[in-house]
Design a protein around this ligand. Structure first.
Ligand code: B12
Ligand code: SF4
Length: 482
């Protein structure tokens, strides 16, 4: 008998990512581990918006959620459970806040699903569904994701993953708590075979740090790049790496040959004291901003664009200079893209434990308040700045994305890094520009009245002004008071 599984990626009400669409890879793995006599349908609210489920039939519903999506996930669960349709929830939020999630669904699939999902499905079939299944960190590479479920949406990138886990346990990050401290690397041949079977050109490797931290991880990364090049895959891909990716020329050179067009790096802060507070790798905080500058330059010299991610609101940061520090670093290093965030104590992290123990978390009306944990909103008290003050500084950093800079920045990366780097950095920055346009972030900017309503997904015309001017014009014009 054919049965029907509906997998739902809930809408995040305050989503930055409405027009930068990446496949929710988790469901590719869930679909792959589902027996063939089940039909699987994906409904991605990130693509189509929140919808009504009263007409959607299913024998089982599977929900995933990052923390910001949890309130919407619970609303959806209710719609199905009211009609007697069982709901299972998995993913990072359900795994890290399981007692809460258990109140809203019939079963939880904790941790990585590949090992336990077939048992859960068998239990559904025999009417013996349990409340909890725990896959821990045993998921590995048991199966290749089934990407046929993604065909219905116009995703801009195919998602794939070559490793799981991270030993660093940075204070703000949930990855170590969820995927474990051991950096688990997939077999190179297996990754290459999976990528070779992907028809699309553009891929995002959703690894947290593709290059890892150990000599073994680096060797594996070099071998992976050599194997991808030898296989002639002809892809353009982006990924996340750590700043040590640029320690020498070999990694970025081989990555570029293998199709790498851009890397996202968690630089987090330009001051070493703050890095020491949040990081554990013992390298970046010792070497500081000059090390960052050198490595960013080396990566870019090999034709790979760099998106730098920063956190505002670390206890030791200087709130008088944080905006200028970030924007100046971006200007000096000609960063191709930026990912500004506000320090947010996510469940399961060391920051959550500390901020909670210190009584600093401002929004704890859970689950509703999880919606605010977008990393773009202050949910915890900072020692040297008010929430409003921090938000004003955040908005100042967001001026980086003003529409008049989009074309100049695209062409700067095109001419000085590579055309591929320019395209992928443009896709990233465009998401932020569109988000800022929608939310009125540029209201105080001089040209605000003449801005477009959205930046289209096409190569921008070459601007008449010198691209170097963006370095000067992006500097904050507003000095904020605490
Ligand atoms: C790729 C990625 C993104 C992409 C998402 C693309 C997409 N469509 O999914 C983008 C850039 C859009 C993104 C955005 C954000 N992200 Co993000 N992202 C990631 C990253 C690096 C990888 C996620 C991934 O695909 N992993 C691979 C899959 C296979 O693993 P998985 O999702 O864990 O799924 C497995 C299990 O969890 C389980 N499973 C998952 N769901 C389900 C459901 C069912 C029914 C079952 C049975 C099993 C199951 O099975 C899977 C296979 O074992 C993670 C880090 C990480 N390692 O998880 C951060 C991470 C998930 N992101 C995080 C955050 C905070 C965000 C943002 C809020 C931040 C921001 N402002 O930029 C936004 C929020 C977006 C939103 N949806 O609301 C945090 C989430 C923490 C938390 N508690 O929620 C993480 C963990 C990073 C961190 N530093 O802590 N992100
Ligand atoms: S921020 Fe990066 S390096 Fe730090 S624990 Fe998370 S994944 Fe690891």
């Amino acid at each position: 008998m054919t049965r029907r599984l509906v997998l739902i990626n809930p809408r995040n009400r305050v989503s930055l990512y409405g027009d930068y669409l990446w496949e929710p890879l988790a469901f590719g793995y869930v679909a792959a581990a589902t027996p063939d006599h089940w039909d699987v349908e994906l409904i991605d609210e990130q693509c189509e918006g929140a919808r009504d489920y009263s007409q959607v039939d299913a024998d089982l519903v599977g929900l995933t959620a990052f923390t910001t999506q949890a309130p919407r996930a619970y609303q959806i669960a209710r719609q199905f459970r009211d009609r007697g349709i069982p709901v299972v929830m998995g993913g990072i939020h359900a795994s890290l806040v399981s007692d809460e999630a258990a109140q809203y669904v019939d079963a939880l699939c904790l941790g990585e699903c590949e090992g336990v999902w077939p048992t859960l499905i068998a239990d559904v079939e025999s009417g013996t569904l349990q409340a909890r299944y725990d896959g821990g960190t045993s998921g590995g590479s048991a199966v290749h994701p089934d990407r046929t479920i993604f065909a219905k949406y116009p995703y801009e990138y195919v998602s794939a993953q070559t490793s799981r886990g991270c030993p660093m346990d940075c204070s703000f990050c949930s990855v170590t708590a969820f995927n474990g401290r051991i950096f688990r690397m997939r077999e190179i041949d297996d990754v290459v075979a999976e990528v070779a079977a992907i028809p699309q050109r553009d891929i995002i490797f959703v690894d947290d740090d593709l290059n890892g931290f150990s000599p073994k991880a680096k060797r594996r990364c070099l071998d992976l790049f050599r194997a991808m090049t030898a296989a002639g895959l002809n892809k353009q891909w982006i990924t996340q790496v750590t700043i040590n990716f640029g320690d020498d020329d070999e990694l970025p050179r081989l990555a570029r040959e293998a199709g790498c067009a851009g890397v996202f790096i968690g630089l987090e802060s330009t001051d070493t004291k703050s890095l020491a507070l949040i990081r554990k790798d013992g390298t970046s905080q010792k070497r500081g901003a000059d090390y960052y500058r050198e490595n960013v330059a080396r990566i870019r010299r090999h034709g790979i664009g760099v998106v730098g991610s920063f956190i505002l609101g670390i206890d030791s940061q200087n709130m008088d200079t944080v905006v200028a520090d970030i924007l100046q670093f971006a200007a000096e290093t000609e960063l191709d893209g930026l990912n500004p965030t506000i320090l947010t104590p996510l469940p399961g992290t060391r920051d959550y434990a500390r901020h909670d123990a210190e009584g600093r978390i401002l929004f704890k009306n859970y689950p509703d308040d999880w919606e605010k944990y977008t990393l773009a909103f202050p949910v915890t008290q900072m020692p040297h700045v008010s929430g409003a003050g921090l938000m004003r500084r955040y908005i100042d950093v967001l001026q980086y994305f003003r529409p008049e800079h989009v074309a100049a920045r695209y062409w700067r990366t095109h001419d000085t890094v590579s055309p591929e780097a320019a395209w992928h950095a443009f896709l990233w920055n465009r998401v932020w520009t569109n988000y800022c346009l929608r939310s009125g972030v540029f209201r105080r900017a001089p040209l605000a009245e003449s801005y477009p309503t959205g930046i289209p997904r096409e190569v921008p015309d070459r601007p008449l002004v010198d691209a170097a001017l963006i370095a000067a014009s992006v500097m904050p014009t507003i000095r904020v008071a605490v």
